[in-house]
Design a protein around this ligand. Structure first.
Ligand SMILES: N=CN[C@@H](CCC(=O)O)C(=O)O
Length: 334
């Protein structure tokens, strides 16, 4: 089973729009030939994509997240290389090989019996690949920046990081949804509940949860695990203004950032952002950027996952890749 397609300069040449007198980010980014080479490289950040939308389909959602990675590359590789953007500190690893699973998913008709369970089995196969790659990147002492894909991939990120560090890790999730749904077949709505059950996830904070899209059953499950699972509501931060954005970030930081933690950012929390569950009411992209900037500076941060972006769902499709470019540069730039 092919796990990872490792990129070389040749693989990205069609994305690069070179211009005389300027140097683009993609002209200064680094490559490796094998995962083993990561250990000997001085760059801190390891960027890779997960071009799949099987988890979203298995969660009764609209396909399209498989296109976010190429959109991200198209934007990120063409931002300027200058003394601030710091491309030298990034290794462009490549992409999780989702080709076989994506082809098999296309052959599963929505109407056939057990369609979502069959999609869930494919999600499990991708989980293995993601966790294996994340584990190796963390073991090499690097900081993975992962571009999804659906939020199902939170499971592989948490499992891989936890296995590399040999203990469960915490997580902060910027999201309209908990993705703490029932432990049925695997899909984009239960990555965190599966990681919690598997003891890869210790403390979990959902930042800016939308009350309208959280079932009473999920609220009850959070209540039952209140020592380890906590949230604040988008409505309390941005509508009722009970707490400021900064206070909300501090609340999350106090809960889960004193130990190793992962940063998850679901693009469906950003208002009108092209995503599988696009929302007319949510945080601004600038607030998402503040969130990434704030949490990535914490010494216990171990990875960043930006997911659920879907260019085809967007009113302005080319803005999805550009938004991801901003979010990635917020962690990498000086
Ligand atoms: N990762 C997204 N999970 C959401 C999807 C919501 C939607 O498609 O409307 C969830 O399961 O609630």
């Amino acid at each position: 089973m092919s796990v990872l397609k490792i990129y070389s300069e040749k693989d990205i040449s069609s994305f690069l729009r070179k211009r005389k007198g300027e140097t683009k980010f993609g002209e200064k980014i680094n490559f490796v030939k094998t995962l083993e080479d990561l250990k000997n490289h001085s760059a801190k950040y390891v960027l890779f994509g997960i071009p799949e939308d099987i988890g979203v389909r298995a969660n009764y959602g609209i396909p399209g997240t498989s296109k976010a990675w190429e959109a991200a590359l198209g934007s990120l590789l063409n931002i300027q290389h200058n003394h601030l953007t710091n491309a030298e500190n990034v290794i462009l690893l490549g992409e999780i090989d989702c080709e076989t699973q994506m082809k098999q998913a296309d052959n599963i008709s929505k109407q056939e019996p057990h369609a979502v369970e069959k999609l869930g089995e494919l999600v499990t196969q991708i989980d293995h690949k993601v966790s294996e790659v994340v584990k190796k990147v963390i073991e090499a002492g690097k900081f993975p920046i992962i571009i999804g894909g659906g939020h199902n991939n939170s499971f592989g990120n948490l499992k891989g990081t936890s296995e590399a560090l040999k203990k469960p890790i915490n997580c902060i999730n910027f999201d309209a949804h908990t993705d703490f749904r029932a432990l049925e077949h695997r899909h984009s709505g239960n990555g965190f509940s599966y990681a919690f059950e598997g003891e890869f996830l210790d403390k979990y904070f959902i930042f800016g949860l939308h009350r309208n899209y959280t079932s009473e059953a999920v609220f009850n499950s959070i209540e039952k695990n209140s020592e380890r699972v906590k949230f604040n509501l988008f409505e309390d931060i941005s509508v009722k203004q009970k707490q400021s954005f900064s206070e909300a970030m501090q609340e999350a930081e106090n809960f889960c950032c004193n130990e190793n933690f992962g940063i998850e950012l679901d693009m469906d929390a950003i208002e009108m952002m092209g995503s599988s569950a696009i929302t007319p009411s949510g945080f601004t992209l600038t607030e998402a950027r503040k969130f990434i900037h704030y949490f990535s500076k914490n010494k216990n941060a171990r990875y960043l996952h930006i997911c659920e972006g879907s260019p085809t769902a967007a009113i302005f499709p080319n803005q999805v890749g550009k938004a991801i470019g901003y979010l990635v540069s917020d962690i990498v730039a000086h």
